[in-house]
Each structure stands twice: as C-alpha cells, then as structure tokens.
Design a protein around this ligand. Structure first.
Ligand code: HT7
Ligand code: ZN
Length: 874
C-alpha cells in the first residue's frame, strides 16, 4: 500500500453540488442508485477525467446526462472508477450492488443484529457508491430508503423526511432531504425495527427542535441520561460559543456493532450502544459521565466539524482537537472541574505520552499516512485538545471566543485547514502564533528540565528552564516550541502564593511565563521568602516537566499549593519517589520498606474535612501500573506490580481506621443519581474500600461482600465484584462471578463488564480465562465491544499476565490480530498496540514480542495492520 502525502493536496477536479441516492435494502444484494450533480472545480483545468472512489462495489449501470456509457468510456479498478471524458457540468447516474450482511469491517453500509446502519468516516462512503470520497467535496443530499415494511419499519437518513409511502411486495420508502451541504463522510442511513424516545428543545432564537433517540425496544428504559445530556449540551453550546442547532430534528441511534464510540453524521448521530445507554442498575458512574461527554462531543461537531469541516484528513485534529476541547470544558462545567482535569491529564500522561514515545508517534497534523483510520489517535484527539487549550490560555477566553465566532462565520459551509483556525485566533488576539504552529507539525513529548535557586540576599528567585523534544520516527531534529508555563511560587514560611514580579512587571500570584528558546532564565524579584515553585499548573502544556523536588517539597505542595491540580500532582510525584525505591528494592531482592512520609501525607489527607470529595478520592489513588511504567527507563511489570501492591497494603495497614471512617461516612442508601455530589461520595467510599480489601482481612472482605450483595447500583456492585475477583480468594470470586454472570446474561453491555473484570485480574489464570471466555456464547470476534472488553482489557490492562515471561500473552494477542485482520482491519490495527511497545521491555520479552509481530507480518495483511506492524518493526 502507498502512502498519501499532505504536500500532494490539490482540490478535486470536479465537485458535487447535489447528491440523490436511492437504497433498495437487501442483506445480500442492496441496490444503490446515485445521481450526482457535478461540475468542474473552478480552480482546476478543463478536460480532466472524472475519478471516483469505490471499493467492493458491483457496478450495474452508469450514464452521463441520461446516456449510458460504453465500456471503453470508463475504467474500473479495485479502488475506483474513471470516466475518461466528461462535460464541464453534468449528471452522473450509477447503480451498484453491495452486500451489507457480509460487511464485517463495519465501514460503509453494514448490518448490526437485524438493523442496517452506516459508518462513513473516514472513507466508508466509497463502499456504498462511486463518489469523490474526500471531505472537501460538500453537497446537499436527498436520500430515499426502501425497505421491508415489517423488518425495517423505521427508515432514517440525514435531514428532514419529505415523503413516505407504500410499495408493492410489502416494501415501503421514506425520502429524506438534508439542506446543509456536507461531505459524504457525514452521510448516514439506519433501517430496522427501532423504537424512539422523543423530546423537544427550543433554541436560543426560539426554533423548536425535535430530539429523538432510537433504540431496540428492550433498551427504551436506558435513554433518559443521554437525552438529558443532549439538552444540556445544546444549551451549553448556545451559552458558551453562541452556536445554535440548525435542523428541525436531531436523532441519535444506538447500535451494538460499532468500531468507535459514536459518529456525528449530520442530524443523525450513530452511537455505539455502550456510549449512549445507561441505567443505574447496568451502568457505572464512569459510564454515565462518559455517555454525557460523548453525546456532547458528537453534538458539538455539528459546528466544529460539520458546518465547518476539514479540507483533507491531515486536518483531522482541526475538528477533533477542537471538539474534544469543547467537550472537556462542557464536562468540567457540568461536573467537578478539577476532577475532570485530573482524570483527563492522568489518562493523557499515561496513554498519549506512550504513543508519542513509541514507533507510531506522529504530529497532530501528520504529513503522510497509509490508512487514515489508523490516525484516529490520542495524539490527534487528546494532544490536539491540549493544543487548543493552550491557544485559549495564550490569547485569553474573550479573544478565543471572538476567534471562534470569526472561524464559524468566515468558513461556514467550507472545508478548511488548521491554519484557517489558528489564523482566526491570531486576528482576534493580535498575537503572533507562528512559533506556536510547530505544535502541529512536531511529534513527541517535549521534556523540560527546570532548576530554581533562591537568593536570600537579593530576594530573587531564579528559574532556569531547558526544553528538548526527543527524536521520533521521521523527525530526528526538533525546534524549540512556544510552551506556556503557568506557575506560582509558594512561600515556605507562609504556605501562600507569593506575588510574582518579572522584569519589573507585577504579575499577580499565579502567572504564565513563555518558554520559547531551548533554554531560558526567569528571574523573579521581590520574593520575600524562600519558595517552592508550583510549575505547569493545571498541566498548562502537554510536556514532561522535571524539577528536583525533595520529598519535603512535595509534601509541602500537597498540603499548601493553591492549585488543586498541582496539589494532586505533588501527591503523585511523592508516591512515585516511594514507588521508584520499592521497584529497585524488588529488583535487587532487598526488603521493601514503606516511606513514612507517604503514610503521613495520606494520614493528613484522610483527616481533613475535604470540601471536594471527588478530588480527595483522586488524591488517595496511587499512580496506575501503566503510569508507573511510563516513568521507568525499562519496564519491569512484576516489580511495578509488587511495589504498587506493597504501597497499597502498607497504607491500608497503617491507616485502616481512617479508611474505615471514610468508608462509613460516605455510605448512602439514597436512591441512585448520577450527580456530582453522589458520584464524589461513591468514589471516595470505593477508594477507601479498595484499601480495606487490600489486606484481605475478615472485616474488609465482609464489607465488600455486603456491598456486592446490597446490589444498590452498578457502580458499587461492579467495584465490589472487581475487588473480589482481583483478590487472592477464588472461593469468594467464583460465586460472585457466577451470580453476576447469570443475572446479566441477557444484557450485552453488562456482560462486557463481566468479561473485563475477570481478564484483568492479577492471578496467574487470567490468560487461560481469556481463552476460555473466547468460547463463551456472549463473546464474538465480530463485535468490537466484545473484543475490547476481553482481548483489549487483557492486553492493555493486565500487565503482569499479558507480559508473562513465556510469551503466551503475546501469542494470544497475535492470534487474535491475525483473525481480526480478515474480519475487521480497523479493530485489528488498534488492538495490536501493546505489542508495538516492545522497545520498553527486557531483551527476552522484546524478542518474544518481535517474533509475534513478524508472525503477523508474514500474513496477507490489510493496509491498516500492515502500516502499524511495519512501523513497529522498522
Ligand atoms: N468523528 C468520529 C470518528 C469515527 C470513526 C473514525 C473511523 C472509523 C470509525 C469511526 N467511528 C467514528 C467520532 C468522533 O470523533 O466524534
Ligand atoms: Zn469527534
């Protein structure tokens, strides 16, 4: 497969102004008629051939301006159709046949259970009909869907329904019109036996919008939260960005087989059922929050993505980075803002940093790709969002909002670039953002080495910052970035933020300094007492910042920093220092000794009357094994697991009464509500419970079993079940698993949780369990949620067992990848990720992992898997 390069971009030779589609649905032989209204692109020369994308299509008819084409007037290849000569302006009619029931890749038109649905982003539309399948071709659409009146009573597409009727043979049809020009990746069709929940929303200008969530009948009771979230998101986008919805109806459909979380098709969002359905009995707090975030994200795309879209797929972060930033802000405003930031950053520093340090590292705007679906990555999404956040902070909210208004107004109905977006911010703020643009082209995580000195005699604090971005594949040399560092100087005597004076300018007590050079010195004057610096507050830039903090400094910041995020971060750094020692002790076979400063820091946290329980729960949570691994030069999974377990047990023994008191104080019999206060109390209580269970004494076990049996809500039940299953007590784990599995056998989303809990347990039977569960009737390799719940959870979260020294974990994953490569290449290319990180492990494991990658490479590979394996072995 050949790469596509950003530098080769040219506008299309012909553009489509209007698209008429007719689908005659059949599982094995759906007929798709397309009438495209085409005209030469004004920026391209006359006489060019017409080239359309098309894959796995059987062409049945083709005509231009009503005249059927002779065979020598066009050419068909595996990936498209070329018509050698066309007029400047013309109608193209095609008819093709496709087989939705055979489509296991879940791109294009496919069947999920009994229903038909589509996934066209990024390049799925070419599996539906011949078309210029690129985002810079924007057309209005009219779509007629014909189906069986009994099997598919509901026929949906984008826009508004304009006609419906009966047809002979028990068939019926609905015609939909979407007046907003859109690229074909936003096209959608759904047909099946669905029921709807309906609501209404009045927009800020007083227009009435019908909101519908379409689900299979048994899921009708699981839509309330998504509907409430949608309405909150619509209001938030009006109030925060002045963006109003633009069609008379907004539909969401839940489907069980879906490659990602959800899709923002114009007026007809299609959701993975896991990203929309909730009920207190079946979904955890985390799932409720995820659903709220994803519903909002897809809704926000209506402006950041749909009305203004990407010129080409290299600009993907233009819509995804901005929209993730928007959904993060929405969730922060709706729930606990500090906890949202802590959650996002911990995930980012674990998963995105690992991506940036691995063989598939790429800039937010890559300059080439083989398979675009491989680029729906944490870098494009999450680092993209961090870069938009930096922009917001650099120019300030008012200028950012003006820039955003300008962007939406100027480019409405157009397909644009990242320069267009940043250009609007430059215009609105008057700032020069040219150096900042490097964030979009340079891959890798910048590392900052910081040093500080306090000069008593002159009351000065000298801060020296050095930045360096390590080499990444294809990018050996990096230029310095413009890095905003938000900071405070916390006085060691007063425990307060000291006033900041830099170059004679008074900056208040919390300020942003701008690192632009490889090395820069900042001298703060009039510093009245020796400070501890609190750096990169709120994670002000996506960088690794090192500062030689002593343990006392960290304990001090944990107690005194006015920035909640950095208080949490100080606790994590303190725990990391202790963990580092214990990892070394484990490797050297030396007795492990717990750092009493960590115990005392936790004691203080537990004794304080915290006004934010959710933040406290985060502070009491140790860095994850994955995060700890990220900090090690060479990952020793067993030592990390042993060290973390030791810290947890030591804290549990030393602070048993304190954890018990927190647990008791936060228990509640109140009816479940996914509201911030309740969620905070539950998470604090459950963190305490995991410490109590860490030592597996009678009382801890009793509390966990009682919580499991009380069956109050899925958050508590799942947490208790996890503690039982992850304990050393199989006599407790097995009956609980059986009971849970039998009770929820009918609910696929709960069964996904049941799968994940078992295969993430640290006990040595986890791998055998995976193999056993792959034969379970509720498991299917064709369903991405099942693959993620079983294989993804095992390989991604069960580090000690996936990295078994005998290499069986690697072999299992490679076997699955080889099978999925044929069924669903997109999922195969995602699930393989843990194997691509082989450089991080010891030589023996490296050899085993590489051998499995070689075994995969020897197969006949999809472009998706080929691209990833090639990079991993380069
Ligand atoms: N924009 C959507 C991306 C997406 C997707 C991409 C490739 C293959 C399948 C997919 N499903 C959804 C989702 C989003 O970011 O909102
Ligand atoms: Zn998105």
């Amino acid at each position: 497969p050949k790469p596509t390069y950003l530098r080769d971009y040219r506008p299309p030779a012909y553009r489509v102004t209007h698209t008429e589609l007719t689908f005659d649905l059949d599982p094995a032989a759906t007929r798709v008629k397309a009438r495209l209204h085409l005209e030469r692109h004004p920026e391209r020369e006359s006489g060019l051939p017409l080239t359309l994308d098309g894959e796995r299509l059987v062409l049945k008819a083709i005509a231009i301006d009503g005249q059927p084409l002779e065979e020598d007037e066009y050419a068909l290849t595996e990936d498209g159709l070329t018509v050698h000569r066309v007029p400047e302006r013309f109608l193209l009619d095609t008819e093709v046949e496709i087989a939705p029931e055979a489509n296991t890749a879940l791109e294009g038109l496919y069947q999920s259970g009994g229903m038909y649905c589509t996934q066209c982003e990024a390049e799925g539309f070419r599996r539906i009909t011949y078309y210029p399948d690129r985002p810079d071709v924007m057309a209005t659409f009219a779509t007629t869907v014909i189906g069986d009146a009994k099997r598919e009573p509901v026929l949906l597409s984008n826009g508004n329904p304009v006609e419906r009727g009966e047809l002979p043979g028990g068939r019926h049809f609905v015609t939909w019109e979407d007046p907003h020009p859109k690229p074909c990746y936003l096209f959608a069709l759904v047909a099946g036996d669905l029921e709807k929940v309906e609501d209404r929303f009045t927009t800020m200008s007083g227009r009435e919008v019908t909101l519908q969530i379409w689900v299979e009948a048994e899921n009708l009771g699981k839509t309330d939260h998504a509907m409430a979230s949608l309405k909150r998101a619509m209001t938030w986008d009006e109030q925060t960005y002045g963006r109003e919805y633009d069609l008379d109806r907004f539909m969401i459909v839940a489907v069980n087989d879906f490659n990602m979380g959800a899709m923002e098709n114009k007026g007809l969002n299609i959701f993975n059922s896991a990203a929309v359905l909730t009920h207190p009995h079946t979904a955890t707090d985390a799932a409720f929050q995820r659903v709220e975030g994803i519903v909002a994200h897809e809704y926000f795309h209506n402006w950041s993505g749909n009305r203004v879209t990407c010129r080409d797929w290299f600009q993907l972060s233009l819509k995804e980075g901005f929209t993730v930033f928007r959904d993060q802000c929405f969730s922060a405003d709706t729930n606990s803002a500090p906890v949202k930031r802590i959650e996002d950053v911990s995930f980012f520093r674990t998963a995105q940093f690992a991506e940036d340090a691995g063989p598939t590292a790429h800039p937010i705007r890559p300059d080439h790709y083989i398979e675009i679906t491989n680029f729906y990555t944490l870098t494009i999404y999450e680092k993209g969002a961090e870069v938009v956040r930096m922009l917001r902070n650099l120019v300030g909210w008012e200028a950012f909002r003006r820039g955003s208004d300008r962007y939406f107004e100027r480019f409405d109905g157009q397909a644009v670039t990242i320069e267009d977006f940043v250009g609007c911010m430059e215009e609105a703020s008057g700032q020069d953002l040219s150096q900042f643009m490097r964030w979009y082209s340079q891959a890798g995580t910048p590392e900052i080495d910081a040093h500080g000195e306090y000069d008593y005699a002159n009351a000065e604090y000298r801060l020296i910052l050095r930045q360096r971005t390590p080499a990444t594949p294809d990018q050996p040399d990096k230029l310095p970035l413009h890095i905003p560092i938000r900071l405070g100087l916390v006085g060691t005597k007063s425990g307060r933020d000291l006033p900041l004076t830099l170059d004679g300018e008074s900056l208040g007590t919390d300020a942003v300094i701008h690192l632009r050079e490889d090395e820069q010195e900042f001298v703060f004057t009039e510093v009245s007492e020796a400070p501890v610096p609190s750096l990169a507050r709120g994670f002000s830039a996506p960088v690794k910042l090192r500062f030689p903090y002593g343990r006392e400094d960290l304990a001090f910041l944990l107690a005194n920093d006015s920035d909640g995020f950095n208080r949490w971060d100080a606790g994590q750094r303190l725990a990391m220092l202790a963990l580092d020692d214990l990892i070394a002790a484990h490797r050297n076979g030396v007795e492990k000794v717990m750092d009493s400063r960590v115990v005392e820091a936790f004691r203080t946290l537990l004794s304080q009357d915290s006004d934010d329980k959710a933040v406290l729960a985060e502070m009491l949570t140790l860095p994850s094994e994955a995060y700890i691994a990220e900090q090690q030069p060479l990952v020793d999974v067993d030592a990390i697991h042993a060290a973390r377990t030791f810290v947890k047990q030591s804290l549990a023994m030393a602070l048993r009464d304190e954890f018990l008191a927190v647990f008791e104080a936060n228990r509640s019999e109140a009816p479940y509500a996914p509201e911030p206060e309740q969620i905070a109390a539950r998470s604090l209580k459950n963190v305490a419970l995991s410490y109590l269970m860490a030592i597996e004494d009678e009382e801890g076990i009793e509390l966990v079993q009682r919580q499991f049996a009380a069956d109050h809500n899925m958050t508590d039940v799942r947490h208790a079940l996890t503690l039982l299953v992850h304990s050393s007590r199989d006599d407790l784990a097995e009956p609980a698993l059986r009971r849970f599995g039998e009770k929820w056998a009918h609910d696929p989303l709960v069964m996904d949780q049941w799968f994940s809990i078992q295969v993430t347990r640290p006990q040595p039977d986890a791998l055998e369990r995976v193999k056993f569960l792959m034969e379970h009737p509720a498991f299917s390799l064709k369903n991405p949620n099942k693959v993620r719940a079983l294989i993804g959870a095992f390989a991604g979260q069960n580090r000690v067992n996936f990295h078994r020294a005998d290499g069986e974990g690697y072999r299992l994953l490679a076997d699955v990848v080889i099978e999925l490569n044929r069924l669903n290449p997109e999922i195969a290319a995602r699930i393989i990720t843990p194997l691509t990180r082989w450089q991080r492990f010891d030589e023996a494991r490296q050899a085993l992992m590489k051998a499995e990658l070689e075994r995969i490479r020897a197969e006949e590979l999809s472009p998706n898997v080929y691209e990833v394996v090639q990079k991993a072995l380069a």
